[in-house]
Design a protein around this ligand. Structure first.
Ligand SMILES: Nc1ncnc2c1ncn2[C@@H]1O[C@H](COP(=O)(O)OP(=O)(O)OP(=O)(O)O)[C@@H](O)[C@H]1O
Ligand SMILES: [Mg+2]
Length: 225
């Protein structure tokens, strides 16, 4: 999926969470969205997915995510920073995804197993009672299972144990080249491994948008000086 943002702004009362963001992301690009706490990363992601309405223009393959969300929802997958407190059981959540996204039976269980999550063992448990890492594994498994055109992940490995993190990296590396991936991260090792491009936000503005190597070189210099 191809993404174009022009003059994107978002205000929450007195807080200007995004101020004039211009970004173009070609099909299949792997993008790390970085920046300090409160710099606007999650807000930008939520705007991209049509979960909130922003000023300016946001286009995903020429469609507007907020206004046209019904048409594009099936092409997107999103792993939020904080998992929703769903009262439904794991089996119900997985079944709903299977029906709405037309998945082969067992597809989510297959990807869950790759992340070392045994879906059968937790099927009857309410989603909200799972541990933080288990929720993150299940949401990641669903996101990969639905084979999206745009995969958006907000701090995807924050709660994962070491082995699951490695498995997650493998899943990312196996994605079809046409899948556009945007993920927020505070971890240098993660974006060096997974992204081609870094977009750094500072105070709601784009402070850097370019190759990952020049970003990390500049960061190393800043620390050294
Ligand atoms: N629903 C909301 N209502 C009010 N203010 C909000 C809301 N969502 C975000 N903000 C504010 O917008 C700013 C940007 O927040 P955002 O969550 O996008 O930051 P972030 O870069 O994702 O930070 P973090 O690294 O901590 O996840 C912050 O000042 C935040 O308090
Ligand atoms: Mg955030």
């Amino acid at each position: 999926m191809r993404i174009e943002l022009r003059g994107v702004a978002k205000r929450f009362g007195k807080v200007e969470a995004l101020r004039g963001v211009d970004v173009e992301i070609p099909l299949g690009r792997r993008v790390a969205l970085v920046g300090p706490n409160g710099s606007g990363k999650s807000t930008l992601i939520r705007g991209l997915l049509g979960l909130i309405r922003c000023e300016g223009s946001i286009q995903l393959d020429g469609r507007r995510p907020y206004e046209d969300r019904i048409e594009i929802a099936r092409k997107l997958a999103y792993v939020p920073q904080v998992a929703p407190a769903l009262g439904a059981s794991v089996a119900e959540v997985v079944e709903l995804v299977g029906v709405t996204r037309d998945l082969q039976p067992g597809r989510v269980a297959e990807v869950s197993a790759r992340l070392e999550l045994d879906l059968a063992a937790i099927a009857a448990r309410p989603f909200r009672n799972l541990s933080g890492g288990m929720k993150q594994k299940l949401l990641l498994a669903i996101a990969f299972a639905v084979r999206p055109s745009l995969l958006v992940m907000d701090e995807p490995t924050a709660s994962l144990d070491y082995r699951a993190r490695e498995r997650f990296f493998e899943l990312c590396e196996e994605l079809e080249p046409s899948v556009t991936v945007i993920f927020c991260s505070h971890r240098g090792d993660e974006f060096v491994r997974l992204s081609e491009v870094v977009i750094a936000l500072e105070d709601g503005r784009v402070a850097y948008n370019g190759p990952v190597d020049s970003y990390t070189a500049a960061a190393v210099e800043a620390v050294a000086s």
